[in-house]
Design a protein around this ligand. Structure first.
Ligand SMILES: [Fe+2]
Length: 182
């Protein structure tokens, strides 16, 4: 796998709409990464923001998957696929970005109220707000704060028609955190 192959995934499969929202998968990824960059996140977390939904592109499931009552488990797919190429500071926030939603729903009533209709629908499929035990376990994860930050950018990265830097803007950032051999 290479950064070119990652970009090709976006080019070939990223033009579909982002699950019930008015932006494409690629627009969503670019907006999420731009928010991370604007908040001066490190390269690891900017890379995580760009790649957090790559699992959706890998298995190319239909856009209305949640409406059909299926949890795609895209965070686990994406994290597993990226784990050979990026370290935990990139992969863990991706793996945990759905759990982060469940965490924030349990800890901030206003957060849950602010979710889009599509995000609320998938929340039910993902297990709903965390229990106190689940909350405590989440806070033991070394990158849980990064996962929460990523989640907030993820939720905000749904603005139709925003003009932003393209994928190439992130090549050097991905390069700097890339750890694959050969
Ligand atoms: Fe997302």
């Amino acid at each position: 796998m290479s950064i070119d192959e990652i970009f090709r995934l976006f080019l070939e499969r990223g033009a579909s709409l982002y699950f019930g929202e008015r932006v494409t998968q690629t627009e969503h990824a670019l907006q999420c990464a731009a928010l991370a960059e604007r908040e001066r996140a490190g390269a690891d977390l900017i890379a995580a923001a760009l790649l957090h939904d790559i699992g959706h592109l890998l298995h190319a499931l239909p856009e209305d998957i949640a409406e059909r009552g299926i949890d795609s488990r895209h965070e686990a797919w994406g994290a597993a696929w990226l784990a050979g190429y990026f370290g935990p500071a990139v992969v863990d926030p991706i793996r945990m970005h759905v759990a982060a939603k469940r965490y924030l729903c349990a800890t901030e009533p206003a957060y849950m109220a602010s979710l889009s209709a599509a995000s609320r629908l998938s929340l039910d499929l993902q297990g709903g707000p965390f229990s106190p035990t689940e909350l405590a376990a989440f806070e033991q994860e070394p990158h849980f704060r990064s996962a929460l930050a990523l989640r907030r950018w993820d939720d905000a990265a749904k603005v139709p028609g925003l003009a932003l830097p393209g994928l190439e803007h992130y090549r050097s950032i991905l390069d700097s955190v890339w750890m694959a051999q050969g």
